[in-house]
Design a protein around this ligand. Structure first.
Ligand SMILES: C[S@@+](CC[C@H](N)C(=O)[O-])C[C@H]1O[C@@H](n2cnc3c(N)ncnc32)[C@H](O)[C@@H]1O
Length: 370
């Protein structure tokens, strides 16, 4: 990809986060946004692609949609693919991981589509390309109604892997989901934030990054860094610009957990992100949390009995959760993730359903008070 010409770019997002990611892209000044289920198309140059990877908090990856053609036979697929300018993205020794989906099309055998594309790329680059099942450069091939669409992934590891949350505990949230939840709740770093069931601290980390003007991609590598035309100077310039926007976290951010291991993980993750002094952690059960005066947003991802269980029946646990949230955060907005409307009702809180989301393959609802 060269730096002058606009390309069709696409930010892939988890279900339910499309509108929030579109808001982020609009905030970055990206043009011609087209929101569809699963992502947002936009037009951008190389610098926009780098900036999207560096700054987007809610996207899973950003791809370049670089070819689209009608095709109904394998020899035609080979010929069309062999003519494409693969050298913009691949070195002759780059292993390629081809991920194919096909629907309602003559070309239906996804394994053979991948083999044909690999062979065509090898022909174009003058050297056989090593196929890999993971790692390597990801190529997405989507065939729908005999239209082949090829996209090159620019992100590499999924964007929720920011590089600092390496200490884990049970059932952590993806960072992109936590950032999306904060966006859906219109939390912009202007009021206090708390998560008294913080686990590894994902809501707190994402909140502190946002409030401190810290972009999420500064500490990691991206697939585009291995492309032949990678412009390290441009990347450095964008990183320097982002660093100049950093400020001291202007609001109180606090969390707690009853589990010492989870809290130690949260502490270690905050330390790696350089946010220890911005977030106050308490090793306390929610019932022992002091009363928080004033207002703010308290958000949590409680156990729902799927991956994490509780000692008491789930409905009783949620009734206690609602009671304790009201006691410890009387005038704060309250929000929680939960897969079951009955459990949300059991809290006794005046919750409305804000969004339907996907938490690691499990459908969950985001509930919040007004
Ligand atoms: C699903 S995990 C939260 C995961 C977290 N959002 C993350 O991204 O890592 C639920 C957490 O709530 C904590 N927890 C459950 N009930 C609690 C209570 N009454 N008081 C404090 N912590 C509690 C558990 O120890 C667990 O770490």
């Amino acid at each position: 990809m060269d730096h002058k010409h606009p390309e069709n770019l696409f930010a892939i997002v988890a279900p339910g986060l499309e509108a929030i990611c579109a808001r982020e892209l609009a905030g970055l000044g990206m043009a011609d946004l087209e929101v569809v289920p699963g992502g947002i198309g936009f037009i951008g140059r190389l610098a926009d692609l780098y900036r999207a990877n560096l700054r987007l908090r809610t996207a899973s990856r950003v791809v370049v949609r670089f070819a689209r053609f009608r095709c109904r036979a394998f020899p035609d697929l080979y010929r069309a693919a062999a003519r494409l300018p693969w050298g913009r993205f691949l070195r002759s020794d780059t292993p390629v991981h081809c991920r194919v989906t096909s629907r309602n099309s003559r070309l239906i055998h996804t394994g053979r589509i991948a083999e044909t594309l690999q062979a065509a790329i090898g022909h174009a680059l003058g050297q056989e390309v090593a196929p890999v099942d993971a790692g390597g450069q990801l190529l997405l091939a989507r065939v729908v109604d005999d239209i082949v669409e090829l996209s090159i992934d620019s992100s590499g590891e999924l964007l929720h892997r920011r590089g600092y949350r390496t200490s884990v505990a049970a059932a952590p949230l993806r960072e992109s989901l936590a950032a999306g939840v904060l966006g859906l709740l219109d939390w912009d770093g202007g009021e206090p934030l708390a998560d008294p069931l913080c686990g590894t601290g994902t809501f707190l980390l994402e909140g502190a990054l946002l409030a401190a003007g810290r972009v999420p991609g500064l500490q990691r590598q991206f697939a585009f860094m291995h492309w032949p035309g990678y412009r390290a100077g441009l990347w450095e310039q964008l990183c320097s610009e982002a660093r100049r926007e950093e400020r001291l976290c202007p609001v109180a951010i606090s969390g707690g957990d009853a589990d010492a291991g989870a809290l130690a993980a949260a502490d270690a993750n905050l330390a790696r992100a350089g946010l220890v002094s911005d977030v106050v952690l308490h090793h306390l059960p929610l019932a022992a949390q002091p009363v928080h005066s004033g207002s703010g947003l308290v958000v949590c991802n409680p156990p729902y009995g799927k991956r994490l269980t509780t000692d008491e029946p789930m409905e009783d646990y949620f009734a206690g959760l609602g009671r304790e949230l009201r006691r410890a955060y009387p005038r704060w907005r309250k929000a929680l993730l939960c897969p079951d409307p009955r459990l949300a009702r059991a809290t006794g809180l005046p919750l409305r359903n804000v969004a339907e989301l996907d938490n690691g393959g499990l459908k969950v609802f985001l509930y919040a008070t007004d």
